[in-house]
Design a protein around this ligand. Structure first.
Ligand code: DP6
Length: 324
């Protein structure tokens, strides 16, 4: 019996991944860039045990039905293939996300799984190869191997598509305030939504070209620690991604009325001289990029509409770690 436990933190993309060139290998159409956060993480233990008769997956204390564990199963099968390990696996995973935050945990989940499974199987993977392995579970997980700012380089094959660290230690003022407008499951998953955008939005090729420019500019802004430029570029890139959902056929959106309310509040705060910017992913929750010192003022304004447990402040977080 061999086992390992790994911890991975979630990340939020500032330059979004939205669309694949290869569905099976999860190779993206454009490079993306994210900030790993300290507040939200997943701990996963993988045990290869020749005395058990089937693979067994547990999430937050509940056994997962096989139809809900297909991607986990595929990743474990791939690790067995790479390592020559033949025993069945027990996977025990716990998400440390504030209660009912409704935040995507696939990035931290698959990064922790890739790290724990490969180590338990006796593989000693480089961070690059770990990133490639995590990518197979969920594209955004490739970036959660690293702390701080990370870029997922799209590549054009399994070997060349992985994340790299851009600035692992973020020693300047940048934070992210998550506004949990609802904890409900999203109706259109990111995989389904991005596929529809690639196939039907007439603006898709413009997105790829713009995302490439946004990426070049945000890397310069990060290198010069220019908070306002990082915020501006992130906000505009997020809205361009969401324009792809609106321009798909049939059209769809992840915004709800509360998302728009938060975006308006951010605009008003900015008009009042507080630099803050919004970004959104494949769901209605809004993440506000701000300086930690401004967070109390922003929280005070949003408290008119949202309860304290709907407003969660996170700072830049670390990359993968092993707990045993
Ligand atoms: C909007 O990584 O969840 O959060 O690769 O199909 O599992 P799959 O998609 P996923 O997509 C994330 C989309 C996003 C933007 C981002 O994180 O870059």
């Amino acid at each position: 019996m061999t086992q390992a436990t790994a911890r991975a933190h979630t990340n939020i993309a500032l330059i979004k991944y939205w669309g694949k060139q290869d569905e099976q290998l999860k190779l993206p159409q454009n490079n993306s860039l994210s900030l790993t956060l300290d507040h939200f993480y997943t701990d996963t233990t993988v045990i290869f045990d020749s005395s058990i008769a089937t693979d067994d997956f547990q999430l937050d204390g509940q056994k997962l039905a096989p139809q809900n564990a297909i991607k986990i199963q595929q990743l474990i099968d791939h690790v067995r293939q790479l390592s020559g390990q033949t025993a069945h696996a027990q996977v025990i995973s716990t998400n440390h996300v504030p209660t009912s935050a409704g935040l995507a945990s696939s990035a931290s989940g698959f990064a922790a799984l890739a790290a724990a499974a490969s180590k338990a199987a006796g593989l000693d993977l480089t961070q690059r190869d770990l990133s490639r392995l995590a990518r197979r579970g969920s594209g955004s997980a490739s970036r959660s191997i690293f702390g701080g700012f990370a870029e997922w380089q799209k590549g054009d094959s399994d070997e060349t598509s992985y994340a790299v660290p851009i600035q692992e230690t973020v020693d300047w003022e940048i934070a992210m305030l998550t506004v949990v407008v609802t904890a409900k499951e999203k109706k259109i998953s990111s995989s389904v939504g991005m596929k529809r955008s690639v196939l039907t939005s007439p603006y898709y090729s413009a997105w790829v070209a713009n995302a490439t420019q946004d990426l070049t500019q945000i890397k310069q802004a990060i290198a010069s620690q220019n908070f306002e430029q990082v915020g501006q570029i992130s906000e505009r890139n997020a809205m361009r991604m969401h324009a792809l959902t609106l321009s798909s056929d049939p059209s769809f959106t992840y915004f709800n009325a509360d998302s728009l309310k938060v975006m308006q509040a951010v605009n008003q705060l900015r008009d009042a001289g507080i630099p803050c910017y919004y970004t959104m992913d494949a769901g209605p929750n809004v993440k506000i990029i701000c300086r930690p010192t401004d967070a109390p003022k922003i929280t005070a304004v949003l408290s008119a509409d949202f309860a304290p447990d709907q407003l969660i402040l996170a700072q830049p977080g670390p990359g993968i770690s092993y707990l045993d």
